[in-house]
Design a protein around this ligand. Structure first.
Ligand SMILES: [Zn+2]
Ligand SMILES: [Zn+2]
Ligand SMILES: [Zn+2]
Length: 281
């Protein structure tokens, strides 16, 4: 095996347990470590060049970096790739600064708008000014080479853009392709037709923040839109691809096995598991 992908987190930005919450998932997770869920994150490793990367620097960065190092000890971190500027996806960068790891010119791959956000706002701007990170600009639709064996194609996706635009990624190893899309508002406003696109992939890790519309009592889902897991599963039932749902909100019943999990499985769709690995060639 040359290139592999490793799922290092499956929860929405707030993680499980989420601050201040004692719901059916968060309450038990406070005492049972096995029910804790780290924020969505993907590791990539090239064993030939002995390098690894993280897609997104989450609030759980310290732990996820350690797990990545333990699973692929021959592949030190060679860079971080960012999807967008919501808290679950970039704030782990704080650990790269002089108060912590103090990396030197660590490549951070972002969209131009995300790069401007980092350059224009403290404390992120200090990482750039002190040379802890080196921003590498990605152009949506254009291939970026992480190593001779691993290419990334950034794709623009519609998502709340308060601070930055949002990217999803196709990671292409020597023989297989993986689609990573932790956040999108709706499949309908995306430029690709979901089922056709996923059918062209070997693995797809997809935003399933909410299982159903009645999951966040008291909050207007119109303000925080995501495709419902039930809708995504209906669109993808039986598709010829390893589909895993990720980025599950803290209250999502898919965090534990049960009827919702079985309903998905009947459609050939799985829920992402921490530490799950896929060979990309
Ligand atoms: Zn998110
Ligand atoms: Zn909760
Ligand atoms: Zn987001």
């Amino acid at each position: 095996m040359t290139v592999e992908a490793i799922l290092l987190g499956t929860a929405q930005d707030g993680g499980v347990p989420q601050a201040g919450c004692y719901c059916a998932n968060c309450g038990p997770a406070r005492t049972d470590q096995t029910r804790r869920k780290l924020v969505a994150c993907l590791g990539l490793a090239d064993h030939a060049t002995r390098q690894s990367w993280l897609i997104d620097a989450t609030p759980d960065f310290r732990e996820q970096l350690h797990v990545l190092h333990s699973l692929v000890p021959d592949c030190p971190l060679a860079g971080v790739v960012l999807t967008h500027a919501h808290i679950g996806h970039y704030t782990g960068l704080i650990h790269l600064g002089r108060e912590a790891w103090s990396t030197r010119d660590l490549p951070v791959y972002t969209s131009p708008r995300m790069a401007s956000f980092l350059c224009d706002n403290a404390p992120w701007s200090q990482l750039v000014a002190l040379g802890n990170i080196k921003l590498r600009l990605l152009t949506p639709g254009s291939d970026a080479q992480l190593s001779p064996n691993l290419h990334l194609t950034p794709l623009s996706v519609p998502h709340r853009d308060e601070f930055s635009d949002t990217l999803a990624f196709v990671a292409r190893g020597p023989t297989r392709r993986l689609f990573y899309c932790p956040d999108i508002d709706t499949w309908d406003r995306w430029e690709h037709e979901l089922r056709r696109f996923v059918a062209g992939m070997d693995v797809a890790l997809l935003d399933a923040t909410f299982f159903s519309a009645d999951e966040l009592p008291g909050r207007d889902l119109g303000q925080i839109p995501h495709p419902l897991a039930t809708d995504t599963a209906d669109r993808l039932a039986g598709v010829n691809c390893d589909v895993r749902l990720i980025h599950l909100n803290h209250g999502n019943p898919l965090h534990r096995s049960g009827p919702e999990w079985d309903w998905l499985a009947a459609r050939g769709i799985g829920v992402g598991a921490f530490g799950e690995r896929w060979r990309l060639g």
